[in-house]
Design a protein around this ligand. Structure first.
Ligand SMILES: C[S@@+](CC[C@H](N)C(=O)[O-])C[C@H]1O[C@@H](n2cnc3c(N)ncnc32)[C@H](O)[C@@H]1O
Length: 242
């Protein structure tokens, strides 16, 4: 089975992503023609936001998109909500949302370039949800960030992440082996996520595991023929700094 997104470019588009044109509505966000975010993901974004906010405090979010998870993080009343976003038009489109939430601080740019502005041991929770810039990084871009962010986390801080452009493809491949959704996610976790987290410098004890989030029926109906995700459950990773 070969569902999921298969149209990422061979050569990285990172250098030009900042100025790429956005096509958006209240239901979707496309950047440079790529399906980056859709409204049906809202319940899943809420679950990720609640996970990232389980300790309260200072939350880092990477990838503003349609500000769906950002709105959910705001509902958790963070003391500070830092958002890193690379595309300038995305920031512009969310100007009203940003200015009406005083705990939000925007760091504009590639997370790699603004990372040093974050203080060491300052974060209580992290939600990473960006977009792969090439075929090569489709399944792995989150791990480069996860390796780098470790010193920025306070002890007991929690990190979660989303990469549906990858997991849409992986679930299709692994569901052939797994008899249930939980079994399939276990296989995906143990073969494609956990080893990469360990390689990124996180100990086995810090890798708390994952929740399986079941999408509500309304979200599945609203999704229609989504190009990048067609499954009924989603992964909610949990990594906790010791
Ligand atoms: C999937 S969307 C985020 C969706 C968001 N969680 C929401 O609920 O609307 C990914 C976002 O990450 C941004 N992005 C991609 N690469 C980035 C990078 N290297 N640094 C910062 N932002 C990045 C994209 O421009 C896009 O706005």
């Amino acid at each position: 089975m070969n569902s999921g997104y298969h149209d990422l470019p061979k050569n990285s588009i990172r250098e030009t992503w900042s100025g790429k044109e956005v096509d958006s509505s209240s239901d979707f966000l496309r950047i440079d023609g790529h399906p980056v975010m859709e409204r049906w993901e809202t319940p899943y974004m809420e679950k990720l936001a609640q996970t990232a906010c389980r300790n309260g405090g200072v939350i880092l979010e990477v990838g503003l998109g349609m500000a769906i998870s950002a709105a959910a993080i705001q509902k958790c009343n963070p003391s500070k909500h830092i958002i890193i976003e690379l595309n300038q038009q995305v920031i512009e489109e969310q100007k009203a949302f940003i200015s009406s939430h005083p705990s939000i601080e925007i760091l504009s740019g590639d997370w790699r370039d603004v990372f040093d502005q974050l203080e060491d041991s300052s974060l209580d929770g992290v939600l990473y949800d960006t977009y792969p810039m090439s075929k090569e990084e489709q399944h792995v871009h989150q791990f480069a960030f996860i390796e780098k962010v470790r010193p920025k986390l306070k002890p007991n801080a929690i990190l979660t992440y989303c990469n549906l452009t990858s997991l849409g493809v992986l679930y299709s491949q692994y569901s052939v082996k797994g008899e249930t959704a939980n079994e399939t996610w276990n296989l995906i976790w143990n073969e494609t996520q956990k080893p990469q987290l360990v390689e990124a410098g996180w100990s086995e004890m810090e890798i708390e595991g994952f929740d399986v989030f079941s999408l509500p029926q309304e979200a599945i109906v609203a999704r229609g023929d989504c190009q990048y995700y067609s499954h009924d459950t989603c992964l909610v990773p949990k990594v906790v700094k010791m």
